[in-house]
Design a protein around this ligand. Structure first.
Ligand SMILES: NC(=O)c1ccc[n+]([C@@H]2O[C@H](COP(=O)([O-])OP(=O)(O)OC[C@H]3O[C@@H](n4cnc5c(N)ncnc54)[C@H](OP(=O)(O)O)[C@@H]3O)[C@@H](O)[C@H]2O)c1
Length: 299
């Protein structure tokens, strides 16, 4: 089996490649790509690359992920998230590969009471959410797809909320954090395991797959500090007091029913994922490791 991975320089692509290697897939059967190897907006380049490799599976992670920056760069964002996804889906069709497309909770408007099911009405509030949904639709038109919606991502190969919070603890002893957006973090290590399991099946369709349990950003932040023995006052504030260019959904609770129905295992709890991620930062000797170790010594 040959696997092509887009967005290798990002958080998820990097961990999918690690997961494939951990499972014993030979390096020669893994094709990690990023913009320098294959710009997904360049249809000819995508077709040429994919038809020369002829992968059995395409993990399509590459995206424009700057949610606020997208509001002022609609055309560019659409090109990457919609046209890029369409190019990847067309190339998958050309070679008969399965395709995994990673999408987002931001396809919903967050006004529903309770959890979002995979087939609930979408209504993106932002350019990013809209273009990711257009990408979904392009991929959905090719039958051999897995569309997997995730949220609040953290992984070793990139910037994320946990790393930002840890860094801020060096200069601040109190922080205002939004408390009325409710969702679930996603650890790319856990997600990668599920995605590699998924592509070994023909259980195509749309799934929600973030870590178990729900929290607000303020609760997420508080857990990061408390579990690291870092003294920090987290002041919960409403979204209305924290203006951002892009509007985010308040309710991002995603139901895992389709995952359960297909017999796939859910991801571990988000709290457990945070603890393992912090250990990974230490093991990989990332910048934040010093902060974590310093506070660990204080215990
Ligand atoms: N991050 C989140 O909180 C979040 C939440 C929900 C869903 N998602 C989705 O999850 C997926 C993975 O997210 P992530 O956090 O791993 O993203 P990431 O770290 O921002 O990585 C995205 C990757 O895509 C690459 N890329 C951008 N434009 C490209 C192009 N034209 N051609 C080829 N590659 C290009 C980027 O390369 P450069 O860095 O070189 O530009 C980067 O390596 C994305 O599809 C995203 O929409 C993310």
């Amino acid at each position: 089996m040959k696997y092509l991975v887009t967005g290798y320089n990002g958080q998820l692509g990097y961990d999918i490649v690690r997961e494939l290697k951990n499972r014993g897939v030979a390096d020669s059967d893994i094709f990690p790509t990023d913009v320098a190897d294959m710009d997904i907006t360049d249809r000819d380049a995508v077709m040429e690359k994919v038809t020369s490799i002829k992968p059995d599976v395409i993990f399509h992670n590459a995206a424009w992920t700057n949610v606020d920056g997208a509001e002022d760069n609609k055309e560019l964002c659409e090109k990457v998230n919609y046209i890029g996804a369409k190019n990847m889906a067309d190339a998958a069709r050309e070679v008969g590969a399965k395709i995994v497309y990673i999408s987002t909770d931001y396809v919903f408007d967050g006004t529903k009471e309770g959890m979002y099911e995979v087939d609930d009405k979408t209504n993106p509030l932002s350019v990013y959410g809209l273009t990711k949904f257009q990408g979904e639709e392009a991929v959905r038109s090719y039958p051999n797809h897995f569309i997997v919606r995730i949220s609040w991502v953290f992984g070793i190969n990139g910037k994320n909320f946990i790393r930002t919070m840890l860094k801020l603890s060096e200069s601040r002893d109190s922080l205002n954090v939004v408390c009325d957006q409710i969702g679930s973090p996603t650890y790319t290590v856990d997600l990668s395991r599920l995605l590699v399991d998924m592509v070994a099946t023909d259980k195509y369709g749309t799934y929600h797959a973030n870590n178990e349990g729900f929290c607000s950003w303020a609760e997420f932040a508080k857990y990061i500090f408390d579990s690291s023995n870092i003294s920090m006052e987290v002041n919960p504030i409403p979204t209305s007091s924290y203006p951002q260019k892009a509007t985010r959904p308040l309710n991002s609770k995603l139901s895992k029913k389709s995952l359960d129905d297909a017999g796939f295992s859910r991801l571990p709890s988000w709290e457990d994922a945070v603890l393992r991620y912090k250990q990974e930062l230490i093991n990989e000797d990332k910048e934040e490791a010093k902060i974590l170790i310093k506070h660990r010594k204080d215990v």
